[in-house]
Write a protein that binds this ligand. Structure first.
Ligand SMILES: [Fe+2]
Length: 217
């Protein structure tokens, strides 16, 4: 009898430790269609008089879009998504609030390099206008130590990759931890890609929840 069959008292288990989450929601068509029309109209107004974006160029608005009337439907959706994350993570405190909200307009040929959003708890994106060949966001392995040794693999899987590509759609809302590195590939479509990004943080964090910590090993 081989040891393969003989020595184990149970089927081997793989423990998945410290997972990284991206929370994905989709707004109904009858909600996102009029909302996106309002947002596009306001963005056109903001960009009036500015030169048209050329191939490879992108533009970002100011960070106060959540205070504008045209965003009054989107803000409660973001707040609800934040509440769901709070419940999912069993956070026993105030819900994170929007600290900034801005639009990204990416002409064909433009991309967004890898980055994080420091000093926030959650970040996210709402997709106003995406289309085929401009409909992904990349999330990168937040554990830099895993890159120390990267043996070749016979098959790329969710368990050996250092990057996950998420396909997005118009009307979709993503929320993720602000420390999770992400990037956007080159817009290979013939149309502009438009999204609205946001950050969320606990209100009055240091005063009401916890003192800032330094030098924690
Ligand atoms: Fe970002």
């Amino acid at each position: 009898m081989s040891a393969e069959n003989d020595v184990w008292s149970a089927t081997p288990e793989v423990l998945r430790l410290f997972p990284s989450f991206v929370w994905k929601s989709q707004l109904r068509g009858d909600v996102h269609a009029p909302l996106n029309a309002l947002i596009l109209e306001r963005l056109n107004e903001m960009r009036r008089g500015l030169p048209q974006l050329q191939h490879g160029e992108s533009w970002q608005s100011g960070h106060g879009l959540h205070t504008l009337n045209e965003f009054r439907t989107l803000v409660p959706c973001i707040d609800t998504a934040a509440q769901r994350v709070q419940e999912f993570l069993r956070i026993a405190s105030s819900t994170p609030h929007i600290t900034g909200c801005w639009a990204n307009i990416n002409a064909p040929g433009s991309s967004h390099r890898m980055h994080t959003h420091p000093n926030n708890f959650l970040s996210g994106v709402y997709y106003v206008q995406v289309q085929e060949r401009a409909d992904t966001i990349n999330f990168h392995d937040p554990r830099p130590e895993t890159a120390v040794i990267r043996p070749p693999v016979s098959e790329l899987t969710a368990y050996n990759t250092d990057q996950v590509v998420v396909t997005v759609a118009t009307g979709m809302l993503l929320v993720f931890p602000s420390w999770l590195p992400h990037s956007v590939d080159t817009n290979c479509s013939e149309h502009t890609r438009i999204s609205v990004s946001f950050n969320l943080m606990f209100p009055s964090f240091a005063e009401t929840m916890a003192e800032p910590l330094w030098g924690v090993p």
